[in-house]
Design a protein around this ligand. Structure first.
Ligand code: HEM
Length: 198
């Protein structure tokens, strides 16, 4: 989470972020449920070096996919004219790039956990649009959240393979990314889940 003070709206580690309703102890058990262990942390950290100079190219692919799917692009359209909000897409893109590095850093401390909750709130109607002052739809529908994990991780795999690692190592990094996304998306789901049911 360092070196990112210049990214507008990236408030990780600042007092602007509330404490997560999920505890670190609960998150440890969630990791166990996903069969996520120290090997995965190692593989994610190995992927940091692999992805760090490919962030823009990865984002091009992911944004290309979202842009090609009307039901996804919907979340980024202006409410008044139905046109893509360039500033909103651009603002989110910068934080998305930082998210790639944070995911690869795999430092699961309280600050990270708290920002996970913040990201969930920003997809949910609680905080969507606020960070960028966007006049877009009120909520990212829950039905698309987990589905996007597949295109995001599947299209990441070729980038993980670009730095000469053995197929087995690439698979390990890929699996760790899938598991990390599953765990993060579950944390982001908190505002969508009925009180008491998370
Ligand atoms: C694998 C699933 C997903 C990942 C990894 C992901 C990742 C992210 C990240 C990292 C951010 C920026 C968080 C920040 O402010 O620091 C973000 C914001 C956003 N994402 Fe997602 N997202 C996912 C699913 C979706 C889906 C399915 C949609 C629907 C189009 C979506 C739409 C948005 C929107 C509209 C924002 C801006 C929210 C705001 O107003 O602050 N996301 N996402």
């Amino acid at each position: 989470m360092s070196g990112s003070a210049a990214i507008p709206g990236y408030t990780a580690g600042t007092p602007a972020v509330a404490t997560s309703p999920v505890t670190l102890a609960e998150f440890e058990l969630m990791k166990n449920s996903a069969l996520f262990g120290d090997e995965d942390i190692k593989a994610l950290r190995q992927s940091h070096d692999v992805v760090k100079d490919q962030v823009e190219a990865i984002l091009d692919v992911w944004y290309g996919f979202v842009g090609s799917q009307p039901q996804l692009l919907q979340s980024f359209l202006g409410k008044s004219d139905g046109k893509p909000l360039g500033d909103y897409l651009g603002g989110v893109r910068k934080r998305f790039g930082q998210w790639i590095l944070d995911t690869a850093r795999a430092e699961y401390d309280q600050k990270w956990l708290d920002y996970q909750h913040e990201i969930g709130l920003r997809h949910h109607r609680t905080k969507k649009n606020q960070t960028d002052g966007a006049d877009a739809s009120a909520i990212v529908p829950f039905r698309d959240l987990f589905a996007l994990i597949f295109p995001v991780t599947f299209t990441l795999k070729p980038f993980l393979a670009k730095k000469g690692h053995k197929a087995e190592e690439v698979d390990k990094m890929y699996n760790a990314w899938v598991k990390s996304c599953l765990l993060q998306l579950t944390l982001w789901s908190h505002p969508y889940v009925k009180t008491g049911d998370f």
